[in-house]
Design a binder for this molecule. Structure first.
Ligand code: COI
Length: 356
């Protein structure tokens, strides 16, 4: 890939920053953003940090019609000394390229993008919240921008990174969420785009989520798209169940997102001596174990959601309440340990944290 350079154009009008307690998820955006363009002639070029501003895009841009786009989600945290820290950013950039591959989007130079991201975070570091549990969410997105209505990979793209200071993703915070097993709709099928981080997967999830939301559920748990039996993921989180002495999480089968928090949770659990098993697990099997009293706790993992205990999982009339609806031992310990590492307060045995 050709050598790239980064230009920086600073804003002249800085916004007033919100207080940490006013933050929810994804509603506030910082003063600057990163942009980079792709064309067949020049490859990825014109990398720049500019004031945060609306984009001017042709209504015929392919992304509006055929959804050829990918995104990522990672976070910057503030260390006790006040310095910005990133958590496993290389994994996110590698996954971005895996999603690019699936969506026929040209590969990006991961090393260059990491340096550009660090520079953006450095400029925006005052936006990183000071309160534990809060962070600066980083949202890289690539959209197809060629003005063309034929169905084909675009010849032009725009990569955008925006930043958003955030609090908890779920209004419940670290308190257990209530989830419904989705029986009607499916999120993804094997061979489809379920493993890629692409907007279409999330669009496909809205209908079920809307219905479940009206019934008081935080999210739905997706089953596989063919037999509607195998547990997949929640959409904003991967899922784990402590069954007997094992911690079980659905294996990556092509339609489940390869979560970086999922991987971190597995590494920590194994480091602590737990038997973590990645395998197919049907909802019937989970319910059988539940009826036998073997499901000790359930939780989800995700960048936005962090570690989120699942207090109740409703499968039609069958209701499963885990750990009396309270935060379980593993969820609490994973949450505390991940937070400790991410905020630079605790020994990082895996060298996950990257200084900006
Ligand atoms: C994340 O956890 O970063 C995600 O991308 C989930 C989300 C759609 C909020």
């Amino acid at each position: 890939m050709a050598e790239q350079s980064l230009s920086v154009f600073k804003t002249t009008s800085y916004q007033e920053k919100p207080f940490d307690h006013e933050l929810s998820f994804g509603r506030t955006f910082t003063d600057h953003m990163f942009l980079m363009d792709y064309s067949e002639e020049s490859g990825w070029h014109d990398a720049r940090i500019t004031p945060y501003q609306p984009l001017q895009i042709d209504p015929a841009a392919m992304v509006f019609h055929y959804a050829q786009s990918v995104f990522e989600g990672l976070k910057a945290y503030r260390s006790p000394e006040g310095d910005p820290l990133l958590f496993r950013p290389k994994q996110n950039l590698a996954r971005l390229n895996q999603s690019n591959d699936r969506l026929c989007i040209p590969q990006v130079d991961e090393d260059f993008l990491l340096e550009a991201l660090k520079q953006l975070i450095h400029i925006e570091q005052d936006w990183i919240p000071h309160t534990e549990g809060m962070s600066l969410y980083i949202r890289p997105t690539i959209i197809s921008t060629q003005s063309f209505l034929g169905v084909a990979p675009s010849t032009n793209y725009k990569l955008i990174i925006i930043l958003s200071p955030v609090g908890a993703y779920y209004k419940e915070g670290i308190n257990p969420v209530k989830i419904a097993v989705e029986n009607e709709y499916v999120r993804a099928v094997r061979g489809g785009t379920g493993e890629a981080k692409t907007g279409g997967n999330y669009a496909a999830s809205l209908k079920a989520q809307e219905t479940a939301g009206k019934d008081g559920y935080a999210q739905v748990l997706w089953l596989d798209g063919v037999e509607k039996r195998y547990i997949e993921e929640v959409g904003s989180m991967n899922v784990f169940f402590k069954i007997g002495n094992e911690v079980v999480t659905p294996r990556l089968n092509g339609s489940i997102l390869n979560g970086i928090t999922r991987d971190s949770a597995m590494q920590l659990l194994r480091h602590w001596g737990y038997d973590v098993v990645e395998r197919d697990i049907t909802i019937d099997e989970l319910y059988d174990h539940y009826q036998q009293g073997d499901v000790k706790e359930a939780f989800g993992s995700g960048t936005a959601a962090a570690i989120s205990p699942i207090g109740q999982l409703d499968w039609g009339e069958n209701k499963m309440v885990f750990n009396n609806g309270e935060t379980g031992y593993l969820a609490r310990n994973l949450y505390d340990t991940l937070m400790g590492i991410q905020y630079g307060q605790q020994y990082d045995p895996f060298n996950w944290v990257v200084n900006v």
